[in-house]
Design a protein around this ligand. Structure first.
Ligand code: PLP
Length: 412
């Protein structure tokens, strides 16, 4: 408790008092922009003071279908009235359809449902290790997973063990062994890292947190080729890049790559509930026996009902097409910013972009705050980059308005 005399900050503003209370009572694992959201609809959020903001982050792609998507809400509400949780101790009547349809969307055979993205990545690592020991014949305790530098795969103890971000790692050791880190996009390093004991290569087909980094053309197909030759599983973490974001269902598709395993999350839960999954072949996911892995909430009826609606929406292809079309427009417009002197680079694919801010102009955080003042919400990453990932349902006029605000701040 803070004594009254030590609190000179006015509490007349609802925003300030809510932020102060959050700061006082929550662990400071985030540094949010000073906006307190009360309601949201489509690509727009409204704060507690009634101010409206265009959401150009979309929950890091968890909100690909927008806030309050009617189809998803209806599916969730209908399921809420039927049954929400059974645990996997029993079957429920949405489970088979969810697994079958998700596998089909992925062109795969089997699904292992979890909740958060991190859990799905953990599941992928466990799957690859078990496959390595039981199918590939790797000697006990020797399995290796090769990952890329600057990766972001989540926050669990094992996952941060193979992060290269000092903030994500410091003081959380000892770390889980069994990982080898190579530079992203470096095929020679990848080739040299693979040994007889390598069970998987785990990559983001586009690195989101690293700043929406698209690998050099040909890298993903070459890794696919290499892993096939060496009997190593290619695991694509499409948690942020997948489910329509880049203009295709999966970012791997842009280069004609089919991995051995997709790791999905974020948008799979329709912005309503956490839903994640590992999707693969029967030869790979078939390694599990009852009791070897699980989750109380994984594949629950509510999650399955919401995800089924998400899958149905993706099956139409309209969201992928929209992301491709609006994405082209977005990148054309952002490209024009690079001459301003305030922007040093723009990258991305589909409705997804990283914009590098010139150090002489300011930090990513400062630019995010300036955009917030203009009613646009984005998130900085890596200090000097801002990330743009609007809901795929954003209207063209709204996107253009957002771009005009970006030009106002970064156009110079
Ligand atoms: C967000 C993300 C994760 C982790 O997902 P959580 O649901 O936050 O645990 C893993 N991989 C990628 C590529 C992500 O973007």
């Amino acid at each position: 408790m803070v004594a009254e005399t030590e609190s000179p900050v006015s509490t007349s503003s609802t925003t300030e008092s809510l932020i102060a209370a959050a700061d006082a009572h929550s662990a400071h694992t985030y540094h949010p922009l000073p906006v307190v959201v009360a309601t949201a609809d489509g690509a727009w959020m409204t704060d507690v003071e009634g101010r409206r903001y265009l959401d150009l982050l979309a929950g890091y792609s968890a909100l690909n279908f927008g806030h309050g998507n009617r189809r998803i809400l209806e599916a969730a509400k209908a399921q809420l009235e039927r049954v929400t949780l059974t645990s996997r101790a029993f079957h429920h009547d949405r489970f088979a359809a969810f697994c079958e349809q998700l596998a089909e969307l992925c062109g795969m055979e089997m699904v292992l449902p979890m909740n958060t993205g991190s859990e799905a990545v953990e599941t992928a690592v466990k799957t690859a290790r078990k496959w390595g020991y039981r199918v590939k014949g790797v000697p006990a305790e020797m399995a290796k997973v090769v990952v890329a530098g600057n990766n972001f795969h989540g926050r669990t103890t094992t996952i941060i063990s193979f992060s290269t971000d000092p903030e994500a790692r410091a003081d959380f050791g000892p770390y889980t062994p069994g990982f080898e880190i190579v530079p992203y996009g470096d095929l020679t390093a990848m080739r040299e890292a693979l040994t007889e004991n390598t069970v998987a290569v785990l990559l983001e087909p586009i690195q989101g947190e690293a700043g929406v980094l698209v690998p050099p053309e040909g890298y993903l197909p070459a890794v696919r080729e290499l892993t096939r030759e060496r009997n190593v599983l290619f695991v694509a973490d499409e948690i942020q890049s997948g489910l329509g974001r880049t203009g295709r269902t999966f970012a791997c598709e842009h280069e004609g790559v089919v991995p051995d395993m997709y790791v999905l999350g974020k948008a799979l839960g329709g912005g309503v509930v956490p839903v994640s999954a590992v999707v693969s072949s029967a030869a790979v996911l078939g390694v599990f026996r009852p009791g070897e892995h699980g989750s109380t909430f994984g594949g629950n009826p509510l999650a399955c009902a919401v995800a089924l609606e998400v899958i149905a929406m993706l099956r139409t292809g309209e969201f992928q097409a929209r992301a491709a079309e609006l994405g082209e427009h977005l990148h054309r417009e952002l490209g024009a910013l690079t001459g301003s002197g305030r922007v040093t680079g723009v990258r991305g694919r589909g409705l997804w972009a990283g914009i590098d801010i010139a150090r002489t102009y300011g930090t990513g955080r400062e630019v995010s705050e300036k955009l917030m003042e203009r009613g646009v919400l984005v998130k900085d990453t890596q200090g000097a980059t801002i990330r743009i990932a609007p809901p795929l349902v954003i209207g063209k006029e709204d996107l253009d308005w957002g771009l005009a605000q970006l030009r106002g701040v970064l156009g110079g």
